[in-house]
Design a protein around this ligand. Structure first.
Ligand SMILES: [Zn+2]
Length: 704
């Protein structure tokens, strides 16, 4: 029933139905199963939302009149986030089976296609109003948004116990349900709502009597309106929440986890998806209210004491004809509509006007108009290649462990390491870069449907020289500093990095084995620069850190967990200098007692970058006959080679490892190379001659 002149604010809660039942319970009456009536918790948006939506409907109708009704079916990928508790096995528990999920989507698709078998009992007066096929279908997603194949199509199982979330099976109120789902579960687990319909199932129906609730669509024009008028659906809360035991169709899959009659045939899903696509309850949430559909009869409701103009049970047709006024509903109330509360088997249609609202939402609604399969329900997709490495920079000869992270189930791989070496077909190869330089790395991942390569430009940087020899400093042992015992408070040491360096490790003394998180901050209470959780044995051990630290002032501490590390309460003699790299200046307890020392002993530190003073490698890899002159050069450089082996590369690098010259000496058949470097700025450079396994490096300067 439609009455534009009587648009009212329709923010309505449906607690009346629910409270009726809970009150019955509270008075201790034994409520027969068949008298337990459950409700939907969806809160409809207000009148401003409806005003905008009506404009969109008019616009949609104009487009439909101009271009003809589209018969294209939009298929929307579904992800069902199944909440369960630790110990609940897949199957006959809230951890519902894939077969139960499939039964729900299959029957939802029947209802959306207008082929619900229960239509056979529709009276002819309502058959003529049947909207038939909505042209909306749902498919269980085969892939996540990154293209990874799902173990179970359309299903993500979430152990709520491990997440520390409340147990919904204890819930008795709607606030508890939304408190769990809208505040915690949805923001933590939602998949891109522009690509998926997110369902969440939780075991809350049995005590709360709530079947589910849905997020209404936002319209593009609605953003910026008062949330009280338009609802509060966001990209973090979009989707449909349903009781675990009403998500499924017992007629299609009998052995699942089901609530009691009459809610076990999967019709709740059509009702909630109806809301998600812009439909209100058929009553407009009040007695003789307005759902803004001209072909749904106005209804007074109240069957089996249901409030808000809705009906429970399954009345006899015609039901309450003209109860809202003479001539207003000559065929009675349409309790057969999915947007009423009547029994699952009693409902079987959306009307034509309801289907128009649904299609308007799909054409214009925010986070609805983008929906389509995006290939997420298709099997025949080429993989998307991507990868990572255990390190991307180093000195001299650098061995890198690569890791394939391609999405979309590749079956073969081809790696181009960028240094001219043969391609690898391993999934996770290890490769050694023998010479300094910046290297592009390309991975091609392939399956039967094709391949998509990815190239990471200058992904690996190898500097000439070798890593600097680590040095140690600070108090070598806990006894060097003086008296002390295990400390249990978050305290630490202030220090300066004088030259960029890597804090490789520190010695600690633990009282009790376990994890400690060691963190470097920009100061006490500052921002985190580096952080690592280490598992320590009881007693003395060395914690490997690998913190790469630029010049600056820092604070190192144990930031989380049990501390129980030895510290000194006397005898500290700051500062402690570690070569020309680090200066440990004080503790954060200095104002109370400057003689304390906290937690970290015998620091192992090495300078950042590569040490070129001794050449790239040790002497056995040096060919003394390689000569480079003049040095310093004014721009012209001559390189003489003792021999030209079958594979001899000559490269010139800047001091930061940038390759500015490369030649294959064999192909140039030349034992003496003359190189013009006049365009290069003054500075220190390196010539690297790689002949077979022998690498020779010569340092020279350009001084013009
Ligand atoms: Zn509802």
């Amino acid at each position: 029933m439609k009455s534009k002149n009587h648009m009212k604010k329709l923010v309505t809660t449906l607690l009346i139905c629910g409270q009726f039942m809970i009150t019955t319970q509270m008075f201790g009456q034994t409520t027969p199963i068949e008298e337990r009536h459950a409700v939907c918790g969806t809160v409809s948006p207000g009148v401003k939302w409806e005003e905008q939506f009506q404009k969109q409907i008019e616009s949609f109708k104009e487009e439909r009149a101009a271009h003809g009704a589209s018969s294209a079916v939009i298929t929307i990928p579904v992800i069902v986030h199944i909440l369960y508790k630790t110990g609940q096995a897949v199957g006959n528990t809230p951890n519902i089976s894939a077969a139960q999920v499939k039964s729900q989507i299959d029957f939802l698709n029947e209802m959306m296609a207008g082929t619900d078998p229960n239509k056979s009992s529709l009276p002819s007066a309502f058959k003529s109003l049947d909207g038939g096929n909505t042209n909306i279908q749902f498919c269980l997603a085969l892939r996540d948004a990154k293209g990874n194949t799902l173990t179970e199509p359309g299903i993500e199982r979430i152990d709520l116990t491990k997440k520390g979330w409340s147990d919904p099976s204890t819930f008795t109120t709607f606030d508890q349900i939304t408190g769990l789902f809208d505040d915690k579960v949805k923001p933590a687990t939602i998949w891109d709502p522009e690509k998926y319909l997110n369902f969440w199932t939780g075991d809350f129906t049995t005590k709360s009597y709530y079947l589910g609730y849905a997020a209404f669509p936002m319209g593009t024009d609605l953003i910026g309106l008062d949330p009280a008028d338009v609802g509060t659906t966001t990209a973090q809360t979009d989707g449909v929440v349903m009781g675990s035991n009403v998500f499924g169709c017992k007629a299609l899959y009998a052995n699942g986890y089901y609530y009691t009659e009459p809610y076990i045939y999967g019709v709740t899903s059509a009702h909630e998806v109806g809301h998600w696509l812009g439909l209100r309850h058929i009553s407009g949430d009040e007695v003789c209210g307005d759902d803004y559909c001209g072909d749904t009869p106005v209804q007074s409701g109240g069957n089996k004491n249901c409030a808000n103009g809705l009906n429970w049970g399954c009345p006899s047709y015609p039901f309450q004809a003209n109860k809202c006024g003479s001539g207003k509903s000559p065929n009675g109330e349409m309790f057969q509509n999915y947007m009423d509360y009547s029994d699952d088997k009693c409902r079987s249609l959306f009307t034509k006007d309801q289907v128009t609202r649904i299609q308007t939402t799909m054409a214009k609604g925010e986070r609805r108009k983008t929906l389509g399969t995006h290939g997420l329900c298709d099997n025949n997709i080429a993989p998307t290649a991507t990868f990572s490495a255990d390190k991307t920079s180093g000195c001299g000869s650098l061995t890198v462990q690569f890791k394939d992270e391609s999405q979309g189930t590749p079956t073969s791989w081809s790696w181009d390491f960028g240094d001219g070496s043969a391609a690898s077909t391993q999934q996770n190869p290890s490769h050694t870069y023998a010479a300094a330089g910046n290297y592009d790395v390309k991975l091609t991942a392939t399956n039967q449907y094709g391949s998509t390569p990815v190239t990471k430009s200058k992904f690996i940087t190898v500097g000439a020289g070798s890593i600097y020899t680590p040095v140690k400093g600070g108090p070598a042992t806990n006894t060097e500093v003086g008296a002390g015992a295990a400390g249990t408070v978050v305290r630490g040491l202030l220090f300066d990095v004088v030259n960029p360096c890597i804090l490789q490790s520190v010695k600690v003394y633990a009282t009790g084995a376990g994890d400690r998180t060691i963190e470097v901050l920009t100061g006490v209470g500052g921002t985190s620069v580096a952080k690592k959780t280490v598992t320590l044995p009881d007693g003395e051990s060395r914690a490997a850190l690998g913190f790469d630290l630029p010049k600056g002032s820092y604070f190192i501490t144990v930031s989380t967990g049990t501390i129980n590390l030895y510290r000194n309460t006397a005898g500290a003699k700051f500062p402690y200098a570690i070569a020309d790299l680090i200066n440990i200046t004080q503790t954060d307890y200095k104002d109370t007692d400057p003689n304390y020392y906290y937690y970290f002993y015998d620091w192992e530190v090495r300078k950042s970058g590569c040490d070129v003073s001794n050449g790239i490698d040790n002497e056995k890899y040096e060919d003394a006959a390689v000569q480079v002159y003049p040095n310093p050069s004014k721009g012209d450089l001559t390189i003489t080679l003792p021999s030209v082996a079958s594979s001899t590369d000559v490269c010139i690098y800047t001091i930061i490892g940038e390759n500015i010259y490369k030649m294959d000496a064999v192909n140039n058949n030349n034992k003496t190379l003359t190189v013009d470097l006049s365009a290069q700025p003054n500075g220190i450079y390196f010539v690297s001659v790689k002949s077979g396994n022998v690498i020779t490096t010569r340092k020279f300067a350009i001084a013009k």
